[in-house]
Design a protein around this ligand. Structure first.
Ligand code: PHE
Length: 368
């Protein structure tokens, strides 16, 4: 009998040891916006360290690189679900990627939590796709109000990256609010990967706007800022969360001094206990301050794992339902409640760049 129990225990330990709960993490680890993927992954790893098990089993993270590409964004989600058999997906970052990947997760019935995709369409009409960040109508309105009321800006040249759903949406939402406030906007367009913006900038500078607002990602924001300053532009430069990477400063240098951008988190905006612990541990491990993306990656992991815990099961439908039952989770980026449409409502952080560093300016809730 004793032998039997011993054998039984050994077999159970072996079985449990092998049984891990897999979460697919789909991020742009290489390619145009690799900085976003790298920072998100750092935050996810800290969260995993804080909470490495659920339902008595180890959580295994399966990292898949979407190479900053829309087609890969969908392929990676398919691979995670079909081959890796993940119970949930954490990702993606760029809205176009989450739209592509989210369509796959939705059709296969696997829950997904985007850490940072802000375009409204990412979750719209979907049962399985969620996010732990605010959306762009909100982010655009916040910048419109800040620019109009705090900076006294009245005319803005809005630069849209027509290849990014994020940029197209954010520009539109900003314009709507800025016009409502009584301001005036001009439109200019570019594409991801463009290097030369002198034609659009020359056109815009003749109109002498108080500010230019660039709604794309850091590679183009940084380059465009440099070219604008080289052309003699001395007004405000404004951007969205797409500017939130150290690369903005590395590439932009002096040209991005004084730039204002909306984002999700700054170490100075960390208010919860867990947020403070996260900042402390992150600094210990990486020797630098966590970015918004790291904090959002951390929160996305916690929201998924807490949902699995409440579901008491790895059944995707039960996890999906529990993700939408997330209420008042005190995360790194603030207090998160996921509404019935899969969205989180949080305040917007405004940062500026001073002496090559991101400085916290204020947190605000736009009136919309
Ligand atoms: N909000 C961006 C998008 O939807 C992604 C992003 C979030 C980038 C936060 C930087 C910081 O595409």
């Amino acid at each position: 009998m004793r032998k039997f129990f011993l054998a039984f225990t050994v077999v159970m330990v072996a079985l449990l040891g092998f049984a891990t709960i897999k979460i697919g993490v789909v991020l742009p680890m290489t390619g145009g916006i690799a900085a976003f993927g790298q920072m998100s992954w750092e935050g996810v790893k800290i969260a995993h360290e804080f909470k490495p098990t659920v339902l008595g089993q180890p959580v295994e993270l399966v990292l898949l690189d979407n190479r900053s590409d829309k087609v890969e964004a969908a392929n990676a989600v398919s691979r995670a679900i079909d081959y890796e058999k993940v119970v949930a997906i954490l990702g993606e970052v760029a809205s176009s990627h989450s739209l592509a990947g989210g369509a796959v997760a939705e059709s296969k019935g696997i829950p997904m939590v985007s850490s940072a995709s802000t375009n409204p369409l990412v979750t719209q009409g979907k049962k399985y796709v969620n996010r732990v960040c605010f959306t762009d109508p909100y982010q655009g309105a916040a910048m419109a109000e800040f620019a109009y009321k705090q900076l006294g800006v009245r005319t803005v040249a809005v630069f849209t990256d027509i290849e990014q759903d994020y940029s197209v949406g954010l520009s539109a939402f900003f314009r709507a609010m800025f016009k409502k406030l009584g301001g005036k906007t001009f439109n200019e367009f570019y594409r991801t990967g463009d290097q030369d913006f002198t034609a659009q900038l020359t056109d815009v500078l003749n109109k002498k706007p108080d500010a230019i607002y660039i709604t794309g990602y850091y590679p183009e924001i940084a380059l465009m800022s440099r070219q604008a300053r080289d052309l003699g532009y001395d007004g405000y430069i404004l951007a969205g969360d797409g500017a939130d990477a150290p690369e903005t400063v590395k590439i932009g240098g002096k040209a991005v001094e004084g730039l204002y951008f909306t984002t999700h988190f700054h170490v100075r905006s960390a208010v919860t206990e867990l947020g403070k612990k996260f900042v402390e541990r992150y600094r210990e491990v990486y020797g630098k301050d966590p970015s918004a993306l790291a904090a959002l990656g951390f929160d996305a992991y916690m929201v998924i794992v807490n949902a699995i815990e409440r579901a008491k099961s790895t059944d995707p439908d039960k996890i999906a339902a529990e993700i939408r039952n997330t209420k008042n989770y005190e995360g790194a980026t603030g207090v998160i409640t996921i509404d019935k449409n899969g969205n989180a409502l949080k305040s917007v952080v405004i940062d500026t760049i001073k002496n090559g560093k991101f400085e916290y300016v204020t947190s605000l809730v736009p009136s919309l």
